[in-house]
Design a protein around this ligand. Structure first.
Ligand code: ZN
Length: 217
């Protein structure tokens, strides 16, 4: 493992965890985020710690294959879900999991979010699927989440919350904000007859644009 890269990822995960905390996407110690170091290791937030008091060294280095970890702090119990995603999706380098209010509202109703917003389909890749209800921190949850995320950058987890992925942790963070807003729009649309779906052709165009042409690249 490249120790320099591991240190940089610890700094990135710690500062992103603090911004996430102050953004209101999580409450208390709920939610967790991670960044990939390489094909065998990730850095993830520790279990049950206050985000406000975290420092970069508290971010836990975890082996993606064995889930063994370095240091005295235990990793988030959802490390198994994060590692399963990194193993399934080589292009993913950052993951954010929240229990944000609107996403959890839709997840608690066990509904999916149809493709109704431009930024949703652009960044998340289309309809937001729902991972089936499972116990947190289990292989079953990992399997269900990986399945719901296929060809997507975001999914809901039944009665639990939301998860987003990105080529960088910053991209996963943007995904979480877009997913939370999309869930709110979806709920609001129910009171005026429901949202109108964007066509598959347009979804493909928008998502391809975001993945390949958007920004300063
Ligand atoms: Zn959770």
């Amino acid at each position: 493992m490249n120790r320099e890269k591991a240190k940089l990822m610890q700094i990135d995960v710690c500062s992103t965890a603090q911004s996430m905390y102050h953004s209101g996407l999580v409450a208390g110690t709920w939610g967790n985020i991670s960044a990939r170091i390489d094909e065998d290791y990730m850095v993830i937030t520790p279990s049950g710690m206050n985000y406000d008091s975290l420092c970069p060294e508290d971010m836990v280095v975890v082996d993606l294959n064995t889930l063994e970890y370095e240091g005295n702090l235990k990793p988030s119990i959802e490390a198994i879900v994060h590692s399963a995603i990194y193993k399934d999706r080589p292009e993913v380098n950052g993951i954010m999991h929240t229990h944000s209010t609107y996403a959890l509202t839709v997840a608690a109703a066990r509904k999916t979010i149809p493709p109704i917003c431009d930024d949703q389909v652009q960044i998340l890749g289309g309809e937001v699927r729902l991972a089936a209800y499972t116990m947190p921190g289990t292989k079953e949850m990992a399997d269900e989440v990986v399945k719901a995320l296929k060809e997507r950058a975001g999914a809901l987890i039944a009665n639990h919350g939301a998860i987003t992925v990105g080529r960088t942790l910053a991209e996963a963070y943007t995904g979480s904000q877009v997913l939370e807003k999309t869930a709110m729009v979806y709920i609001n649309c129910q009171s005026i007859g429901g949202g109108v779906e964007i066509s598959q052709e347009d979804i493909k165009f928008f998502h391809d644009f975001f993945m390949n042409k958007y920004g300063q690249r």
